[in-house]
Write a protein that binds this ligand. Structure first.
Ligand SMILES: Nc1ncnc2c1ncn2[C@@H]1O[C@H](COP(=O)(O)OP(=O)(O)OP(=O)(O)O)[C@@H](O)[C@H]1O
Ligand SMILES: [Mg+2]
Length: 326
């Protein structure tokens, strides 16, 4: 009898790439993690639990790695997405839609008999989240060897971004497979998942997290100031980190010290994807040769622009709009 891991691996298959498809440019950045289908119900009147409420439904790709990849594509950075979808209509829809948005999907695995990751949120008329549920089981179960041997696009990308929705063994394996020269960035995703990064902190070139996630990662039960958290993360081995705190300043830390960047004021229309846009703008800035501080300023501009529009990776997002370059 085959063991569960062997069965899981044999049920994983690469997404078929049409032979007539032109070969896209080699990706600069590979993003590895959650590929979900998000459905948001925008209620017309305040939601009551015990009855149905008229609403407008919007479906779009989601998941941290997916949102960062979509935002990077808007910033004209060639990207590959790696992760897993189910052998179902949602998986097929996501792959078609994300390919059309310019992402290389050749390293996306398809898993037979499993449901694609889904996120379902109910928003009140003022945009506030009334309730949300998520099924990220398929990504949680992605085995450490899912990308062994490494797909071509992962070999080609000089930068990998890891989304902490991946299970700990898969994160550890990817951190090892990245080798000594490839740049490795990660996002902590949530307080519950952030501790998964503890084992690979010394391998990370750049860590993104919010204040609560930083405290969870450091196993601190209180919520210290962002400066202390950022300093502690560098002490634990990350080369650099960006600790966000909503509309409070963004804290950067590396071996040259700690500094704070003011967050642009913005009239918030939709909170979806602000953290993901911060990551995409910063990675785009680094790709263009900016210093960490200058790159993070582009990230802050990307977050502000995303907050003032609906959804992650809005159409208004482009490099010119966030870089101040002509
Ligand atoms: N209310 C706000 N006003 C202005 N900017 C904001 C606000 N909330 C978030 N931002 C911007 O978005 C960035 C990331 O926000 P935040 O610290 O909430 O990250 P997060 O908790 O990881 O969010 P996400 O759930 O999107 O991943 C902030 O550094 C800031 O630039
Ligand atoms: Mg976040």
């Amino acid at each position: 009898m085959r063991c569960a891991l062997a069965r899981f691996l044999s049920d994983l298959s690469a997404m078929p790439v049409p032979s007539s498809a032109p070969r896209a440019p080699a990706p600069s950045i590979a993003l590895i993690g959650a590929i979900h289908l998000d459905t948001i119900a925008h209620a017309a009147v305040p939601i009551r639990r015990e009855t149905s409420t008229p609403a407008r439904f919007v479906s779009r790709p989601g998941g941290v790695a997916t949102n960062v990849a979509r935002a990077l594509a808007k910033l004209d950075i060639a990207c590959a997405l790696a992760g897993v979808v189910g052998d179902d209509a949602a998986g097929a829809q996501l792959c078609a839609e994300l390919s059309a948005q310019g992402l290389d999907m050749s390293a996306v695995r398809r898993l037979q008999g499993r449901a694609t990751g889904r996120y379902l949120a109910l928003h009140d008329p003022d945009g506030a989240l009334a309730a949300a549920v998520v099924d990220g089981e398929i990504t949680e179960a992605l085995p450490a060897k899912a990308f062994t041997p490494l797909p071509t696009v992962l070999i080609e990308a000089a930068v990998w971004f890891l989304d902490t929705n991946l299970p700990p063994a898969t994160l550890a394996r990817l951190a090892k497979d990245a080798g000594p020269r490839r740049r490795l960035a990660a996002d902590a995703v949530s307080c519950a998942k952030a501790p998964r990064l503890a084992a690979i902190l010394p391998r990370l070139d750049l860590l993104f997290c919010n204040r609560a996630e930083a405290a969870a990662l450091l196993a601190i039960e209180t919520l210290p100031p962002a400066d202390d958290l950022a300093a502690a993360l560098v002490e634990r081995g990350v080369s650099a980190c960006c600790v966000s705190d909503g509309n409070a300043p963004l804290t950067l830390a590396d071996n040259t010290g700690i500094r704070r960047l003011d967050v642009p004021h913005v009239a918030v229309r939709d909170v979806t994807g602000a953290g993901d846009a911060l990551i995409a703008g910063t990675l785009a800035g680094l790709h263009h040769g900016r210093t960490l501080d200058a790159a993070a300023r582009a990230g802050l501009a990307a977050a502000a622009l995303t907050l003032s529009a609906e959804g992650a990776a809005p159409d208004s997002l482009n490099w010119r709009a966030i870089s101040g370059e002509d």
